[in-house]
Design a protein around this ligand. Structure first.
Ligand SMILES: CC(C)=CCC/C(C)=C/CC/C(C)=C/CC/C(C)=C/CC/C(C)=C/CC/C(C)=C/CC/C(C)=C/COP(=O)(O)OP(=O)(O)O
Ligand code: 1GP
Ligand code: MG
Length: 229
């Protein structure tokens, strides 16, 4: 399957470390979203990732692994997204983890199915900020510079503005999208229903909805149509 990231408007992010009923998963997979991303910043294991993949595979929706831990690299996804956390203070999350994984799997990798994401962590209180020791005290000029680096130095197909757990500044999001030519801007954070989805989808290329799936499924499902308005 050839996945066209550049055409996605909406994706759900499901966390293997959180419980989701079969009924809820069916609604997510049949919702009309462009992709289901499997990922989380803590508690992701090989076993809970395999389990979630197998459950999503009952449906036709594209299923993508956003790799967050070397122990949880599971073959069989349609695509693998590899975060490079540009504002991590600990370089392990910029090149270290990736180096270790490629040392182990590099010879058997099908690179056609691997894409990098230039991650910019915007919420200093999020789990991912703690894990990567991110410097989230950024000015707009800092964020612009990271986005340009992701596109022109690292050649990432995706810049991911990660506000995980809070709704971000849409004016900044719009400004960053305006700087990018080939690279897609993914926005994630605090989209809890159709109103915020509409707003974020007008600012970014692609919106990602995570926590709302677990807190209010019906509101989360309503973000799919809103993202296309
Ligand atoms: C043969 C075979 C198995 C093939 C496929 C293997 C493959 C694709 C190999 C690729 C090799 C490679 C380069 C792998 C990368 C390895 C790796 C561990 C990289 C590090 C990635 C990284 C920087 C992770 C940091 C954390 C991060 C950015 C996670 C992203 C997910 C995220 C932010 C989730 C949100 O978290 P959540 O838990 O929801 O947070 P809240 O509490 O705030 O809600
Ligand atoms: O969980 P929320 O806040 O929706 O964020 C989505 C995603 O960007 C998390 O990686
Ligand atoms: Mg989450």
């Amino acid at each position: 399957m050839h996945l066209r990231l550049d055409q996605w408007k909406h994706a759900f992010k499901l966390d293997p470390d959180r419980e989701l009923s079969d009924e809820a998963l069916e609604k997510i997979c049949l919702s009309g979203t462009d992709a289901v991303i499997v990922g989380g910043s803590t508690g992701v294991t090989f076993d809970n990732t395999v389990d979630l993949l197998a459950r999503i595979r009952r449906y036709e929706v594209p299923c993508v692994l956003e790799v967050s831990s070397r122990e949880a690299i599971v073959p069989g996804f349609d695509l693998f997204l590899i975060p490079i956390v540009l504002n991590a203070k600990n370089a392990d999350w910029i090149v270290g983890q990736q180096h270790g994984a490629i040392k182990e799997y590099g010879s058997m990798l099908d690179w056609k199915h691997v894409r990098t994401e230039g991650y910019i962590i915007m919420n200093g209180n999020s789990a991912v900020a703690q894990v990567t020791e991110a410097d989230a005290q950024l000015s707009l000029r800092d964020v612009e510079a990271y986005a340009r680096m992701a596109e022109h130095l690292f050649r990432c197909p995706v810049v991911y503005l990660e506000y995980s757990g809070m709704f971000g500044d849409m004016e900044w999001v719009r400004r960053i999208r305006g700087l990018l030519s080939e690279t897609r801007l993914f926005y994630g954070g605090g989209i809890d229903g159709p109103d915020k989805a509409r707003e974020a989808a007008q600012a970014a290329h692609t919106i990602v909805v995570g926590n709302a799936v677990y807190s209010d499924l019906e509101q989360a499902l309503a973000t799919v149509c809103a993202a296309r308005e």
